[in-house]
Design a protein around this ligand. Structure first.
Ligand code: GLN
Length: 519
């Protein structure tokens, strides 16, 4: 982000050493949320951070896994492309890794491609990646490549000491693999003093000023400001010979960070999901709420509520205090009845509501059961033989049996109905949003919904799929089939999150205990 502010075009890529072809088939408990790019790649959640920081879309090419590399090489081998040669990790796998790194720079002509290798130095599975980048430096030369090594400096509170041994050891392992880091970034709980920096520089063969501290901060968005203070960008451009860049202006970014750190109001949002034990499962939703909160200098406290805990008896206890309710995306029937109850509570108690993907589907099912008089209404995903398939498998999904990469993925257009709450939020008619689902709203029922005040305010112009449903007589009740959380960035918070937060602030302000809730 700092390099981008210097006028360079930058992209960030993640190399994941696991064997899955992509993280789409992974349970969120494994590595957190699955992020989706505009061009429909199911990726590691780090790509969400890359987009939130850079404010630019990433693509299929920005996430590479060992599974994808091997799949590609094995397919080539089956086609006979290796002309009878023995196919090996070196050079065939490493060449394919190199090709994927270089491709990103060549195709889009970025000035800088930042490639993050996941895992830890010394992991058996990351060895081919380390070897590939070693070769890249050899081939491109020292001024075209830069190794930044991130290490942890533990703090021993009993003796009040910061320990540099793990850093020395991991650099040693890197050296064994032929890599001399150019810059070290040291993660630490406490500031590093001159002596520690000198010691690390001497033992690790790194310039003194290239030993950078990365101390814990209250918001991840403060990190670039600290990195700039540590002159990480200056050192990087000096080493890469990119000296004629402009001075970066981090003023607007600093302003957002200040808003985040100095809130004047506070609201509580209940986030209802079934993967709540792991906060990373809903990373993009949480970040989107914080971007929107910053707009109003409002702290958004997120209360994660397990959908399996929501029963008829516990709804008001679990949801009664919330100023707004989000029902999260998800798959399968575990916890779905709790989500439906949460939708019912938000609708009947006039609490601002945002239903995302499965969350929207639950709101629609709830309405069919409570208002349209179809008590057995459901999605065919959960109840195959429901007499009222309000949510049904998309036509194009019907012949599909493979699970990986076969959902409706990526950005699709949507036309917004004027005079609706979502039109007020977006302030435009044509939008594009990212999707990740197999099921859809069953249009056979649309007329009945609209007659009863739950209207389709966004429709896909080509397929006529319902993309957005919103409640007429309600302060703010919106369900979206897409994922707005994937496209909210620090400098451009998503309009739906902004309006949802605003509606929740209004509800909070109207509550009698408002004064007591001021920060
Ligand atoms: N399981 C639902 C579907 O496939 C919703 C998916 C989601 O919430 N991302 O349509």
């Amino acid at each position: 982000m700092i390099l981008q502010e210097r006028g360079l075009s930058v992209t960030i890529q993640k190399l994941d050493p696991y064997i899955n072809v992509d993280p789409g088939t992974l349970n969120p408990y494994e590595h957190g949320e699955c992020y989706v790019t505009e061009d429909g790649a199911e990726t590691d959640l780090d790509l969400g951070h890359y987009e939130r920081f850079l404010g630019r879309p990433t693509s299929q090419a920005n996430n590479v896994t060992t599974g994808r590399i091997y799949q590609f090489v094995i397919n080539k081998e089956r086609r006979g492309d290796y002309l009878g040669k023995t196919v090996q990790i070196i050079p065939h796998i490493t060449d394919e890794i190199k090709r994927r790194i270089m491709l990103l720079g060549q195709k889009n002509k970025f000035d800088v491609v930042l490639t993050e290798i996941g895992g830890t130095v010394g992991d058996m599975e990351s060895l081919p990646y380390i070897e590939a980048v070693r070769q890249i430096k050899f081939e491109l030369g020292a001024t075209n490549t830069l190794f930044v090594h991130l290490t942890l400096v533990p703090y021993l509170s009993a003796t009040g000491e910061l320990k540099t041994k793990p850093t020395q050891h991991s650099v040693k392992v890197l050296l064994e693999n032929g890599i001399q880091p150019d810059i070290l970034v040291l993660r630490a709980e406490k500031h590093l003093n001159r002596d520690i920096r000198k010691k690390v520089a001497l033992f690790c063969n790194v310039d003194y000023d290239a030993v950078i501290e990365s101390v814990d901060v209250s918001t991840i968005y403060e990190v670039p400001l600290l990195m700039q203070k540590e002159k990480l960008d200056e050192i990087a451009i000096r080493k890469l010979g990119l000296n004629d860049t402009k001075t970066p202006d981090l003023g607007p970014w600093t302003e957002v960070v200040n808003r985040l750190k100095n809130p004047e109001k506070k609201i509580q949002i209940g986030l209802v999901g079934k993967y709540v034990e792991l906060a990373d499962s809903y990373k993009s939703i949480m970040e989107s709420l914080s971007h929107a909160g910053a707009t109003y200098k409002c702290e958004v406290k997120i209360n994660c509520i397990h959908s399996e805990d929501i029963t008829m008896d516990s709804t008001s206890e679990l949801l009664g205090e919330q100023d707004g309710i989000i029902v999260a995306p998800g798959f399968g029937d575990r916890g779905v009845e709790g989500k439906i109850l949460a939708c019912n509570y938000a609708r009947t108690e006039n609490i601002p509501f945002l239903g995302i993907c499965l969350g929207m589907q639950c709101a629609v099912i709830e309405f069919a059961r409570s208002v349209l008089g179809y008590p057995k209404a459901h999605s065919t995903e959960m109840y195959h033989k429901t007499p009222h398939p309000i949510i049904d498998l998309m036509e194009e999904q019907k012949g599909i049996s493979e699970k990986g990469g076969t959902m409706r993925l990526g950005a699709y257009p949507c036309v917004i109905k004027e005079g609706t709450k979502v039109h007020e939020a977006y302030n435009k008619k044509f939008i594009k949003e990212r999707h990740r689902h197999r099921y859809e709203f069953n249009n056979d029922y649309l007329k009945e919904y609209e007659k009863n005040g739950f209207i389709a305010s966004g429709i896909n112009p080509d397929s006529k799929l319902v993309e957005i449903m919103e409640m007429k007589d309600h302060p703010w009740f919106v369900g979206v089939q897409f994922h707005p959380e994937y496209s909210s960035t620090v400098m451009k918070p998503h309009p739906l999150f902004i309006h949802f937060v605003k509606a929740s602030m209004d509800i909070s302000a109207a509550k009698p205990e408002m004064q007591a809730k001021k920060v």
